[in-house]
Each structure stands twice: as C-alpha cells, then as structure tokens.
Design a protein around this ligand. Structure first.
Ligand code: CDM
Ligand code: ATP
Length: 297
C-alpha cells in the first residue's frame, strides 16, 4: 500500500435481519424499517491512482458494463464534487475487483462495492469529504450505500438512510443462494406487497433480540411473500433451511439465511445443504473491515 494505491480493500455483504415496509413516498419509493448487519463475506477491490483524470474499472464483470457499474457511477459523483471543492480535475483512478457476491442476491454487493470505492478514492485523491458527505453523495445511487459507509450494525428507517447503531449478538450464519437473481423493482412494485406494517421502535427490536439471543429473528421480511411467489426457488430454500432454525430472505432476495450461535453448528448445517445450491457460512461483523479512512464518528 502507498499513497498512490490501496489494494485488497474489502466490500462486505449485508443481511437484513428483518425488513418492514411501513409506507410509500410520493415519488413511489417505499419507507422501510430494517436492521442491517455486515458479514465477513466480501468482494475485494484494488485502486491505483492515474494521472490523466480517467475513472476506469479494469475488471470485466459479466452483466455489468463499466459505465453502469455503481463503483464507476459513485466515483464520477465524487470526482464532480472534488472539482467543485478544489477547482481542478481529479487525478483519476483504476479499479480492479474480485467479485464473489452474487448479484440480485439481497446482499447489497453493488452498493458495498460503491461504498468501498468512495472511501478509497476520497483517501487517495485527498478529496476531504466526511463520512456524512459520502453518505449523502451515495444515497441517490443506492439506498444501501449510506449503510455501508455508516459501517456498523444499524436500525435503518426512511428508504434506508436514517441510521442508528444497534447491538446484536455475535452470530454465525448459513446463507443459501437459490440460483436466481431477484430484481428489486418488481418486488416493490407488486400489487400484493404489504405496505402498511405498523412501525416498531428500536427498543422493541433490542428487547426481542436480548430475549432470544438473536436466534429467533424479530418481525419479518415483508418482501419475502412477493419474492417467493415470483421465484419459487427462493421458497424452496427457505423451507429447507427452516428445519434448522428461523430462516428468512435478506433484502429483496434471492439469498436466504439462518442464524446459529457457533461456527461448528453453522458448519454442520452447511455440510447438509443439497449440491443444487451454492451455500456458505459467514460471521457477523461488528464493524466495517476497511481501515478507518474517514473523518467523523
Ligand atoms: C430492499 C433493500 O435491499 C434493503 O436493503 C434496498 O432498499 C434496495 O435498495 P436499492 O438496491 O437501492 O434498490 P434499487 O435497486 O435502486 O431499487 C430498484 C427499485 O425498487 C424500488 N424501491 C427501492 C427501494 C425502496 N426503498 N423503495 C422502492 O420502491 C424502486 O422502484 C426502485 O426503482
Ligand atoms: N459493482 C456492482 N456489483 C454488482 N452489481 C452491480 C454493480 N454495479 C451495478 N450493479 C447492478 O446492480 C444490480 C444489483 O446488484 P446488487 O449486487 O447490489 O444486488 P442486491 O444484492 O440484490 O442488492 P440489494 O440488497 O441492494 O437489493 C445488479 O443486478 C447490477 O445490474
């Protein structure tokens, strides 16, 4: 690592421990309540400064053209802000990515990649944005980007941008990829989506978690009935994993998870997963694994 490059930067996945849809804004976006937690399954990004002002993703990501990549789009927003603040063009940056998180998996991989890129480029370019500045910059690109910049388990409200830190037990998860990509838009747009779940309080969540040590999840995922109707493969994975505990879907799907209180129990369940699914274990992360590159908090 030098002041010209940052290599092996992790972009961790998230799980939504519960996800309630409590309303809809005038612009059609849905108001949510959710608890987001980070897990230790990560994409890995590498950054090298350029001298010509260009922003390039040099790794091919199947299905995601360079110009549409959330990493590139986020860095372009940061470059525009840099130019506004400093009155000169950015040096530019090359990005390589080792992508292991499935797309359309409800794990927030694209948003996490973008958040890691914002932290890294802000540092390498010495752009001087605070964590809060970067959160506001990333929100229009992806509702999960502010959470990844926030960087610890959080109770989220609004469309996911109003965040408060919460504590959850240190658990292990088995995560199954049902083998389908669930597009977020059609799930939120479904006529049968529950849109009026009663708001809960952080105290309701924390009390429940303390009572059940996090092994019985709080509330529910309101997107799950729609996603399982549209994609029966998701329902199959939930039904199978339920024999071991309180399994449910993360985000808008497709991935399904279940919590366990030790690595050995999670490994034993993983060993029984049918060969037709990709599956893995992960440990909850109390904090984002990027070295602290940001000002504030
Ligand atoms: C469901 C979550 O995964 C929870 O973490 C996220 O809120 C999804 O957020 P996201 O990845 O930013 O969602 P996008 O892929 O940008 O959203 C696709 C579409 O889903 C709908 N959408 C998304 C988020 C939200 N709070 N309300 C919505 O109605 C919108 O029609 C949007 O155009
Ligand atoms: N760097 C990126 N990595 C993954 N997907 C990206 C990236 N850039 C853009 N995308 C687009 O964003 C879409 C959603 O990707 P992502 O992996 O964040 O989904 P997700 O895990 O379902 O997220 P969420 O939980 O926020 O719904 C992809 O289908 C892809 O078209």
């Amino acid at each position: 690592m030098s002041d010209r490059s940052l290599h092996h930067c992790p972009a961790p996945a998230k799980l939504n421990l519960f996800l309630h849809v409590t309303g809809r804004r005038a612009d059609g976006y849905h108001l949510l309540q959710s608890v987001f937690t980070l897990i230790d399954r990560c994409d890995t990004l590498h950054f090298d400064l350029r001298k010509d002002g260009a922003i390039r993703r040099l790794t091919d990501v199947p299905g995601v053209p360079e110009e549409g990549d959330l990493i590139v789009r986020a860095l372009r927003l940061l470059a525009a802000e840099y130019e506004r603040r400093h009155g000169r063009p950015v040096p530019g940056i090359d990005v390589h990515i080792d992508k292991i998180l499935p797309m359309g998996g409800g794990l927030g991989g694209g948003s996490s990649d973008a958040a890691t890129a914002l932290m890294a480029a802000n540092h390498l370019w010495q752009a001087g944005l605070t964590r809060e500045d970067l959160m506001a910059l990333g929100l229009p690109l992806g509702a999960d980007i502010p959470f990844f910049l926030f960087g610890e388990t959080a109770f989220a409200q609004g469309v996911g941008e109003a965040l408060q830190a919460v504590r959850v037990p240190d658990l292990w998860y088995v995560i199954i990829e049902p083998g389908v990509q669930v597009p977020t838009g059609p799930v939120f747009g479904a006529p049968d989506l529950t849109r009026n779940t009663e708001p809960v309080t952080i105290a309701d969540f924390s009390k429940h978690i303390a009572q059940h040590q996090g092994l019985v999840q709080f509330g529910r995922n309101d997107l799950q009935p729609v996603a399982t109707r549209l994609f029966p493969q998701v329902a199959e994975a939930v039904d199978w994993l339920r024999q071991f505990g309180d399994a449910r879907m993360t985000g808008s799907g497709a991935c399904v998870f279940c919590a366990f209180d030790s690595a050995s129990v999670a490994d034993a369940v993983l060993a029984q997963v049918s060969g037709r699914w990709r599956a893995w274990t992960a440990q909850a992360l109390a904090r984002h694994p990027m070295p602290s590159l940001l000002q504030g908090r």
